[in-house]
Design a protein around this ligand. Structure first.
Ligand SMILES: Nc1ncnc2c1ncn2[C@@H]1O[C@H](COP(=O)(O)OP(=O)(O)OP(=O)(O)O)[C@@H](O)[C@H]1O
Ligand SMILES: [Mg+2]
Length: 270
């Protein structure tokens, strides 16, 4: 079977002067088309480093110390910047953590989504405004015509997060990486946005990689869960396996810390 993502014994370090921080060590996993995978772990465990490596977005200070990362058949360690740029957007869309940082405060929402569409198509085209409206509607924003003319500060946090999902969808990607996409939002809005994202992903047969520190969110939504600690994979299995038979005290601590397991869950809107 040809997986969309194959990660083999990946090692990544950050160089700071003479110092090397090993951020990721011997990480291997694969992700199939249409599958939802979650990477869970405490702050600093290496989740974003793995995601950025998949996006070809590691900073210059990062060094691939071992292993291979293959995205849609392309070995990223061999790929040119041009190939990586094409993979971003068209093969993988990113829903980043912080909408305020990720959106341009001086540009209207519609312009920013149009830019993503034009980038994905490789040039301006007729009907781009129409596509902007359609994407805004798809991510569940009311009155797309009005929203397209608004600036980020005129929208709520949840709405801005939906705009970022629209931008991630603009290139019609095969995988969406959601790196703690809703951690700044209140729990109800967070649930609603993740529900919506899940629906879109299922409809389009897109794979989803959810990155979170909350094992409850991961277990609830993913087909498989990877648990990272200090740059290594310490658990790998279905949510049932990881929750029922955690092999590490660390995982038991994450289970204990997950808000979803501590309190009764509010029913989720479909
Ligand atoms: N640009 C960087 N330069 C140097 N070290 C870095 C850089 N980015 C991350 N690191 C280090 O690499 C390790 C992994 O960080 P990473 O951001 O991948 O963790 P994370 O699991 O995403 O954490 P969080 O939950 O806080 O987002 C940490 O020790 C971090 O300090
Ligand atoms: Mg992170």
């Amino acid at each position: 079977m040809n997986a969309l993502i194959e990660v083999h014994n990946l090692g990544i370090a950050y160089r700071q002067g003479a110092q090397h921080t090993q951020a990721v060590t011997d990480v291997s996993f694969s992700l199939a088309q249409g599958e939802t995978l979650a990477i869970v772990g405490e702050s600093g465990s290496g989740k974003t480093t793995v995601a950025n490596a998949m996006l070809g977005l590691l900073p210059d200070s990062a060094v691939l110390t071992a292993g291979r990362l293959v995205v849609a058949g392309q070995d990223l360690s061999q790929a040119s910047e041009r190939v990586k740029r094409q993979l971003r957007g068209r093969t993988i869309g990113l829903v980043p953590q912080d909408p305020m940082v990720s959106l341009n405060p001086t540009q209207r929402i519609g312009v920013q989504i149009a830019e993503a569409l034009v980038l994905a198509r490789g040039g301006r085209y007729r009907g781009v405004d129409n596509d902007v409206g359609e994407l805004l509607a798809q991510v569940g924003l009311d009155n797309p015509t009005l929203r397209a003319r608004q600036y980020p500060h005129e929208l709520s946090g949840g709405m801005r997060q939906r705009v970022l999902i629209a931008i991630a969808l603009a290139g019609n990607p095969r995988l969406i990486i959601a790196d703690e996409p809703t951690s700044a939002l209140d729990v109800t809005v967070q649930q609603r946005i993740l529900d919506h994202l899940e629906g879109l992903v299922r409809e389009r047969g897109i794979s989803l990689l959810i990155i979170t520190h909350d094992l409850g969110v991961a277990a609830d939504r993913a087909d498989r869960v990877l648990v990272m600690k200090s740059g290594r994979l310490v658990e790998h299995g279905t949510p049932q396996q990881v929750l029922a038979k955690p092999t590490q005290p660390y995982t038991r601590a994450l289970i204990a810390a997950a808000p979803a397991f501590a309190e009764p869950r509010a029913p989720r809107a479909a």
